[in-house]
Design a protein around this ligand. Structure first.
Ligand code: TNX
Length: 533
């Protein structure tokens, strides 16, 4: 009798084909088949020359999570994992993944595609593998065929490290999570009124003064007086740390876009070098949130400063884009500044908005001359758009529509669907947030292509991004809570075919993905009870 129970246990524990696959973002085409591929340390790994780097990355992952790596081109092995370069695959980021009982085949045209195939394969592994709980185990992988490619070329997440500062280790964790979602861009908001966070060797006061503020800010925009704890708060990334992060991201096929804000959100820099402001008076690094009147003055001194800063920033970031901000620059100081008024006359500009456009266009010219392109928030449309600029539309989608209609590339980040600093539920226990309300389902429903665009104009939409502004987000756990799972919805919005998207199905897949996040110690917000009731 005991033997019968034992046999039953063995056969009953045989993995059954899942009813639905639980891959996020959902692939374009897939079928799950009978049977499994059993991964153990006797499997041999093959990779075409162009894809060796990805195969090695995969092998390193196995070593870390399972305690063994695979032998390369082991002739004695009957089972293989193959990374094959296939130039027939149309999309540079596309891939095919075929799992059958004797082999796993990954086909891609580029390393990036192969990397995404690995990320899909990774979701076939048990979640507990993520925290190395399955050392030396055999892993059964469901047979399947998947053909996949992204909808948009830009799939991003942003993080503001100025309002609150986050460690190198956390930035890496964030980047690694994005890579698991097949996102390809990390927008790093490095400078703002409340802190300058990137080392610039030519300007030591950016480190000594601009990187720190007098008080830790707690409390709400509208809840004055705020509570101050009287300590110095801040920090910055050294150029070595920046290089390390950029390299880490590159290994995960993520481009890092640095944002150096101008002409507004510059109070920290002006606190360090008062001559950059129009009043030239001493001011402090901001200790409140909001929009500040002290912005860069459009003098030769300022332009030289910004060019020198960019000369140090640009070589650290191999990607083609530099984000120059451009948002929320009140014109109070420029209105009261003689030099600004003269410049408006001299350059035949209409007013201070024209001067903002002049400022941005001039910086664009410099950045273009170094082989890079600019991205700016939609305020850069004010007074005329710089010739080659890409617009990041945050105040709704109008900026994107206007820019795309005039032939400029756009990235969609409207507050309505992309602001992950907003509340995500109406539960009274939600931690204090900036305001606004953006539940998961609304993120999921986002269509990055504004309906005002014609078919021909749609091509200017590069993609979309979730933004994590950190005025009220002080710890890594809190960033995770605000970003996940909304970033997961954004990943599917930007990667998957819209006809494949279904919120209930997403919720089912998300419940599996939660286990992967648990294993990686990610403090996500759990919305499933809302979905399942
Ligand atoms: C607006 S979005 C800002 C940020 C704030 C954010 C808060 C944008 C370009 N500027 O400076 O942090 O709102 O949601």
């Amino acid at each position: 009798f005991k033997i019968i129970i034992f046999l039953c246990l063995i056969s009953c524990s045989k993995p059954q084909p899942p009813v639905r696959p639980h891959i996020i973002p959902i692939p374009n085409e897939f079928s799950m088949n009978e049977g499994v591929f059993v991964l153990d340390n006797k499997v041999s790994l093959h990779a075409d020359e162009d894809l060796v780097a990805v195969a090695e990355f995969f092998n390193k992952y196995l070593k870390e999570k399972l305690g063994y790596s695979l032998k390369l081109r082991d002739k004695s092995s009957t089972k293989t994992i193959n990374f094959i370069r296939d130039t027939q695959i149309e999309n540079d980021e596309g891939y095919e993944l075929i799992i059958d009982s004797s082999s796993i085949t990954i086909k891609a045209k580029t390393k990036k595609g192969a990397f995404y195939a690995f990320q899909t394969l990774r979701q076939f592994f048990p979640p507990s593998m993520e925290n190395s709980m399955l050392l030396n185990s055999e892993i059964s992988l469901q047979n399947a065929v998947i053909k996949d490619a992204p909808r948009f070329v830009y799939r991003g997440m942003h993080l503001d490290v100025s309002r609150h500062f986050f460690s190198v280790a956390f930035i890496k964790k964030y980047i690694d999570l994005l890579s698991q979602l097949k996102m390809n861009t990390f927008h790093w908001h490095l400078t703002d009124d409340q802190g300058w966070r990137i080392e610039i060797k030519k300007y030591p006061k950016l480190q000594e003064v601009a990187a720190f503020r007098e008080e830790t800010l707690i409390g709400h925009y509208n809840d004055f007086p705020q509570q101050f704890d009287g300590k110095k708060y801040g920090g910055f990334y050294t150029q070595e740390e920046v290089k390390d992060i950029v390299q880490y991201a590159a290994e995960r096929y993520i481009t890092v876009i640095p944002e150096i804000e101008m002409p507004g959100h510059a109070q920290a820099a002006i606190a360090a070098y008062p001559e950059l402001g129009c009043t030239r008076k001493n001011i402090n690094v901001a200790t409140k949130w909001g929009v500040f009147e002290d912005i860069y003055c459009p003098t030769e001194e300022t332009f030289t400063f910004l060019e020198n800063v960019l000369d140090e920033v640009m070589p650290l970031f191999p990607g083609k884009y530099i984000h120059i901000g451009g948002d929320e620059a009140p014109k109070t100081r420029w209105k009261a500044c003689e030099h600004c008024q003269e410049l408006i006359q001299k350059e035949n500009l209409e007013d201070e908005h024209g001067l903002q456009s002049y400022f941005i266009a001039r910086m664009e010219k410099y950045i273009n001359s170094k082989g890079k392109e600019i991205i700016g928030w939609d305020e850069i449309l004010e007074g005329g758009l710089a010739p080659n600029a890409t617009v990041m539309s945050w105040r709704g989608v109008n900026g994107a529509v206007e820019a795309a209609k005039s032939g400029h590339n756009v990235i969609l980040t409207p507050t309505s669907h992309c602001y992950f600093d907003y509340y995500q539920s109406d539960n009274a226990n939600e931690p204090l947030a900036i305001g606004g309300y953006l539940p998961l389902e609304k993120v999921y429903s986002f269509n990055p292509i504004p309906k005002e665009l014609t078919k021909a104009q749609e091509k200017y939409v590069l993609g979309a991004q979730g933004n994590v502004w950190t005025e009220y987000i002080t710890s890594p756990e809190h960033v995770e809570y605000m970003a996940f799972p909304r970033a997961i919805a954004m990943a599917e919005v930007t990667w998957s075919n819209p006809f494949k998207r279904d919120y209930q199905d997403f919720a089912y897949r998300l419940s599996h993905f939660h286990k992967r996040l648990d294993a990686q110690n990610v403090n996500y917000a759990n919305h499933l009870y809302e979905i399942e009731g």
